[in-house]
Write a protein of this length. Structure first.
Length: 174
């Protein structure tokens, strides 16, 4: 079991190659077992070579045993990534409020991988809007190596503390 880190992971060998029956020690010889992988996923462990059971005197006693080799797997888990847009507040001034900041949390992207962000929300009138955004993974970032979720901050435009003053003058007839 490993967490995706853009490095090759290798598992090889066996957990047990020696066992005792009625006080006598036996050894397993012959086979090799190996699996390797870099990206998130499951990689079956391949067992190659004939299996021999050797007793403590060095005799091949394989025919006295039924040897079972259960399937094994190297599992590389995807990294969790949470992309959260920033929040911001301002008083109404007639111009759009926009906050183009993203915080990456969770296990995050590995070095030299990541995403670009676009299509951020804007808010001009008084009220609140989710600061939605879109993202595109960089060309060297494989989506299946990550479990990505998004969280949206808020954009809030408040009413002006001091209202604009408007002075109207009527038309004068001549």
């Amino acid at each position: 079991e490993a967490l995706y880190d853009d490095e090759e992971h290798v598992v090889e060998g066996f957990e047990e190659t020696e066992f005792i029956i009625n006080g006598e020690t036996f050894h397993i010889e012959g086979p090799s077992a190996v699996a390797s992988g870099t990206d998130a996923g499951d990689y079956p462990v391949n067992v190659d070579g004939g299996i021999r059971v050797i007793d403590s005197q060095g005799n091949d006693v394989t025919d006295q045993f039924e040897v079972d080799v259960p399937a094994a797997v190297l599992h590389i888990s995807p990294r969790t990534v949470v992309l959260t847009s920033a929040s911001d507040t301002k008083e109404y001034d007639g111009t759009p409020l926009r906050k183009e900041e993203i915080q990456v949390s969770g296990e995050g992207f590995v070095e030299n991988e990541g995403a670009s962000y676009a299509s951020f929300a804007t808010r001009t009138l008084s009220g609140t809007t989710e600061n939605y955004f879109s993202y595109t993974l960089n060309s060297d970032t494989i989506a299946s190596n990550y479990e990505i979720t998004t969280q949206f901050g808020t954009l809030e435009v408040t009413d002006r503390t001091n209202a604009y003053e408007i002075h109207l003058a009527g038309n004068v007839a001549e």
